[in-house]
Design a protein around this ligand. Sequence first.
Ligand code: DSN
Length: 413
Amino acid sequence: MQFHSSLPSFDPTLAALLQAEEDKQRDSIRLIASENYASAAVREASASVLTNKYSEGYAGARYYEGQQVVDQVERLAIARARVVFNAEHVNVQPYSGSPANLAVYLAFVKPGETVMGMRLAHGGHLTHGSKASITGKYWDIASYELDPHTGRLDYDLIRAKALQHRPRLLIAGHSAYPRQLDFAAFRSIADEIGAPLLVDMAHIAGLVAGGAHPSPIPHADVVTTTTHKTLRGPRGAMILCRAEHAGKIDKAVFPGLQGGPHNNTTAAIAVALHEAAQPSFSDYARQCVLNAQALGRSLQECGFELVSGGTDNHLLLIDLRKKNLAGKPVAEALDRAGLVANYNSVPWDDRPPQDPSGIRIGSPAMTTRGFREAEFKQIGKWIDRVVASTLDDQVITSVAAEVRDLCRNFPMP
Ligand code: DSN
């Protein structure tokens, strides 16, 4: 009877694929800045019987019966998020980061009104107003950019642009910016133009929870985050906001944008937040930053140029233009060597996003596995060897063997 069969006996094809992915995650050095390793406890909750339950609405006000347990799970996740981030109100139902951001648009701006966020090619996110995203099609977007001399945000430039365009929503946050954000500066710009401030902290949520990055919560009207990046939970998202915006945000998520929440994900978010509240999580968050900085120094010693000259957070952006290389073939060669990163646009890139000039690298996943500065320094040297010989199979094979050897000493969760 198939309902009682294990996955390997009922569906060996799919089971073999899962095993292959597990082997790959175990034997490679994962450097995609938005990825991590969720714990066994998080994955157990994520695969729990809660996947069987529908619960449109919110705890105490559902459209389906039988919510005695689900309501407690959702309330627990919310209570933990409020403590970890010191937030007044939390919604744990967004399916992921893009729907969370879209819910904030729905709550605060009408289609056609102006929104201002960081340009995608300068480190922003698709949902901060890229033309390729619904946000760039339904709203009038005025993007701010980095200072060309420093590769950093210049808050005077952002302020001038905000005064010129008067957006109805100001967004701070990024997916490829290696420096800390000045949330107080964003707040004062938002106040000057009378717009709500949305901070998308998806990339840095784990650093914020662990005290390794300033918190946006005291400054922002609304904060969105995914739960699976530095925060190390399941694939999901949350919206944290001031109490005065609670009704608007909840209505925008459900029924505005979504149907039933993914209760199994909510449970796994609750577990991840319980992990984030442990003292060891602060050590992990601090180590993410130290490791990224150690890798940055190692890359610079090998002659690589880094956007903004380094990092204050968990990610680095390598600009390959001075080496006359493109990001995509380099990322492919690194992958063959067991060093998994992603090609990425760099600011003022003259190459297209599908074939840009940069590589984005992050420290969270391997920090979770216990890598420290020495291992990250070594990663810099391996990257250098691969980049110098992207077409040399012997070099790639030899680095891949060394990578596998190192990974064996650092078990994955
Ligand atoms: N796709 C994520 C990242 O890699 O940064 C952002 O949503």
